[in-house]
Design a protein around this ligand. Sequence first.
Ligand SMILES: Nc1nc2c(c(=O)[nH]1)N[C@H]1C(S)=C(S)[C@@H](COP(=O)(O)O)O[C@H]1N2
Ligand SMILES: [Mo]
Length: 406
Amino acid sequence: MDERDRISRRRLLKGAAGTLGAAALARAGLAQESSPPDPTKVPGRALTELGQRSPFAQPKRLLSGPYPQLTATPIQDLTGIVTPTDLHFGVTHNGVPAIDPDTYRLVIHGMVERPMVFDLEALKRYPAVSRLHFIECAGNGSNGFHDIAANLTPQLIGGLMSTNEWTGVSVATLLREVGVRPGASWFLAEGGDAGLVSRSIPLSKGLGDALICYGQNGEALRPEQGYPARLLLPGWEGNTNIKWIRRIEVADRPFMTRFETSRYTDALQNNTARQFSFEMDANSMITFPAHPAVLQDHGWWEISGLAWSGRGRITRVDVTTDGQHWRPAVLQDPVLPKCHTRFRYLWNWDGRQSLLASRAVDEAGYVQPTVTELRKARGLGTKYHYNNILVWLVRPDGSVVFGLAG
Ligand SMILES: Nc1nc2c(c(=O)[nH]1)N[C@H]1C(S)=C(S)[C@@H](COP(=O)(O)O)O[C@H]1N2
Ligand SMILES: [Mo]
């Protein structure tokens, strides 16, 4: 997968139209068969082993290309902060491997006292940790920076991110088991997929909040999220969260892998590049009202969206409805570190054309930049870590389109 094949608007819109057609058909069929005029007068259907969505509510991920290696979460269709497991976004650089949990192994070696091999049961015997964190692809937000168009949706701009509850063993626990030798400062994390995605990670992150996860929203990881085990580096760019992890090599230097030389380095304005940009900067996005929503009437509407930061908690989100004056939004509990935070802002729409935007601030004091500021800092050729303020234009007829104001 080349990140240049990023979610293309044309392809995705084609996908979305197909989905809508199928959903409409299902709805028509169901309306005849099982929507009685008065559901209190007939017994309802029996329960099933696996719960199903209502046929009237069928959010879908969007797929890139004919052999999809990217799928985007429909963030405009979701409530709260947790992404349903089957709607978690997905990125894979060479397909989803099929891994037998009985033969799965994780090797930890290199600058350690006791190289060790862990099977899945061994990983599960260590004290477990569960936490809610977002994962965001470093390429998320690309369309909102490079491919600006009125019909962009939250899913098309920001759908390469999701929040789940992750369960696993702390990497620090495993590193204590193998005994890191003095002088070690980095480790390599390597995936067991055909993409052989591997990244160099500073040892301090491994001794901090990093996890080897086997659980996702209360059950085993989905294959697309790394079954049977993945690395979770809370707040760090998606690519470093190595799925299907099979090897950790402790060392005293970074390894300079393919994914940290040809990719995932941020070009800067002065013909230089940032070698590593691990943390995802504070960001926010209004998910309602946003294209393709149409406001039916003027009056009270609740503006709602997501804010997040790879550096910790969101401390403040400001909202503007005229593109000029900013007022604080309400942050909905829980406000967790390196996790999506839902914000809400009550807005009395007077029916005139309005500019809606949100701006996040995190506990490190970082303020989400305007697109002009981001372009100035990085130049137009930049490829990753887009966190510019996004602007939605509400027209007098209630339709909402994407529009970007500096
Ligand atoms: N082994 C392996 N790990 C991987 C990838 C991959 O292709 N192979 N893709 C990475 C990228 S680019 C991202 S954004 C995240 C996406 O995680 P998700 O698919 O669980 O949402 O996984 C990362 N980990
Ligand atoms: Mo990614």
